[in-house]
Design a protein around this ligand. Structure first.
Ligand code: MRU
Length: 352
C-alpha cells in the first residue's frame, strides 16, 4: 500500500490534501507553521498519528521560518512553534506526544554551536518519528491480523488507515496484514458523519488496496450486525486513558454498544503514542467541538434550517468494558486494561 500521506524531501513538507479525496489525490506543500496549523485544523491532514507527524515537521518549518541565529533565539522559536501547533486540535494525544519529542530534541539541539547543525538535529527527530510510525503500523498489523478469519465481515468507523498515519494505518493495518496472509474477508465502512471520513477516505483507500469493501450509512450498522454480516469490529483511537477508555471519532461509542448487543468483539488498534496514562479514565479526555457548519452544510449545500442549534462533538469515548482488546505494536492488550496498559507503558512487554 503505497499511500504517502506526508512527505519530507529536500526540506519541503508535503501532505495529501485529504479534503479533496476521493475525487482528487493531490499533495500540497506546507511552507510555514501557519500552513501546518491550518492543514491540521481543517482536516487536510487528519488521523491521530498523521497529525503528530505533521506537527513535528511543523515545528521544523516554524523554527526555520524564524531563522534563529543564536541559541536563545532557537529555543524561543522552538517553544513558540510547538505551543502554537498545540492549539490546532485538542483530542488526539499523538499531537502533544510529537510536540514534546520535538521540544526535547530541540533542547539537545540547542547545545550545538552552529545554527545549521541545530536545525539538522531537529530534522533528524522529525524524520525518526515519521519512520518509527511506519514500523509501529506494521507491527500493529502483524499482531492484529489473526483476529480476521477467512470469510469474516469486519466493520470499521472513520479512517484509521494509511491516510491517518505515515502509511498502512492502525485498524486498517490489521486488514492489510490479513490480506497479505491470503485471507479473504469483507469490510463494511461506516460513512462517518458529518465529514464522511469513512466514505471519502476508508472506502477509497481499501478499494485502492484491492480489499472487498462495502460502504454503509452510519445508521445501517445495527442492521448489518443483526443480519449476521459482521464478525469483528476494529477501529482506531485518538487517545486512550490509563483504564482503557478510548476516544475515537464520534459514533464509535455507538458502534461499540451495538457490537456488545450483538455479541460481536470490538477491538481498538493504536500505537503507544496514542496512550495517555496521565489520565485515569475517559472522562478526562478533552473532546473537540467543531463548527456547526460541518453538520448544516458540510459539503456546500444547506441540509438544515439557517441558524439551527447544532451540537457537533468530533469524538466520543468508548468505555473500556466494551473493548475486547487493544491491538498495539507490542501485542494485543486485554482486560484488566489498567494492568496491561500500565505494563506496556512501563515497557514490561509480555502483554500477548
Ligand atoms: O477527525 P479525524 O478525522 O482526525 O478523526 C480521526 C479518527 O477518529 C481516527 O479513527 C483516529 O485518529 C485513529 S487514526 C489511525
Amino acid at each position: 500500500v503505497a499511500i504517502e500521506t506526508i512527505l519530507w524531501k529536500g526540506g519541503v513538507l508535503q501532505i495529501i490534501d485529504q479534503t479533496l479525496l476521493p475525487e482528487t489525490c493531490r499533495h500540497i506543500e506546507l511552507s510555514d507553521a501557519a500552513a501546518v496549523w491550518e492543514a491540521i485544523k481543517s482536516l487536510r491532514v487528519r488521523g491521530a498519528p498523521a497529525i503528530g507527524i505533521c506537527a513535528a515537521y511543523g515545528v521544523l518549518v516554524g523554527v526555520r521560518e524564524r531563522q534563529p541565529a543564536t541559541q536563545q533565539a532557537f529555543l524561543s522559536a522552538l517553544a513558540e512553534s510547538a505551543d502554537y501547533l498545540a492549539t490546532s486540535r485538542p483530542t488526539a494525544v499523538n499531537l502533544f506526544w510529537a510536540l514534546d519529542r520535538m521540544k526535547c530534541a530541540g533542547l539537545e539541539a540547542a547545545a550545538e554551536l552552529d545554527p545549521a547543525a541545530r536545525f539538522a538535529r531537529l530534522e533528524r527527530e522529525a524524520v525518526a518519528l515519521h519512520e518509527e510510525d511506519r514500523q509501529l503500523c506494521r507491527a500493529i498489523g502483524k499482531h492484529g491480523a489473526g483476529l480476521i478469519r477467512e470469510g469474516d465481515g469486519v466493520l470499521t468507523h472513520c479512517n484509521a488507515g494509511g491516510l491517518a498515519t505515515s502509511a498502512y494505518g492502525t485498524a486498517l493495518a490489521v486488514m492489510y496484514a490479513a490480506q497479505e496472509q491470503g485471507r479473504r474477508f469483507r469490510v463494511f465502512a461506516d460513512e462517518t458523519r458529518p465529514l464522511l471520513q469513512g466514505a471519502r477516505l476508508t472506502a477509497w483507500e481499501l478499494r485502492e488496496a484491492g480489499i472487498d469493501v462495502t460502504l454503509i450509512c452510519d445508521n445501517v450498522a445495527a442492521q448489518v450486525m443483526k443480519e449476521g454480516r459482521i464478525q469483528l469490529v476494529v477501529v482506531g483511537a485518538d487517545r486512550i486513558a490509563a483504564n482503557g477508555d478510548t476516544a475515537n471519532k464520534i459514533g464509535t461509542y455507538g458502534v461499540a454498544v451495538l457490537a456488545h448487543a450483538h455479541g460481536i468483539p470490538f477491538y481498538v488498534a493504536a500505537p503507544y503514542s496514542t496512550f495517555d496514562p496521565s489520565l485515569p479514565d475517559g472522562a478526562a479526555i478533552p473532546i473537540e467541538l467543531r463548527d456547526a457548519e460541518e453538520v448544516t452544510r458540510g459539503f456546500g449545500r444547506n441540509t438544515a434550517p439557517d441558524g439551527i442549534a447544532v451540537y457537533n462533538p468530533a469524538f466520543d469515548v468508548t468505555p473500556a468494558e466494551l473493548i475486547a482488546g487493544i491491538v498495539t505494536e507490542q501485542g494485543v492488550l486485554r482486560a484488566p486494561f489498567g494492568e496491561s496498559i500500565g505494563g506496556m507503558c512501563r515497557g514490561e512487554g509480555g502483554v500477548l
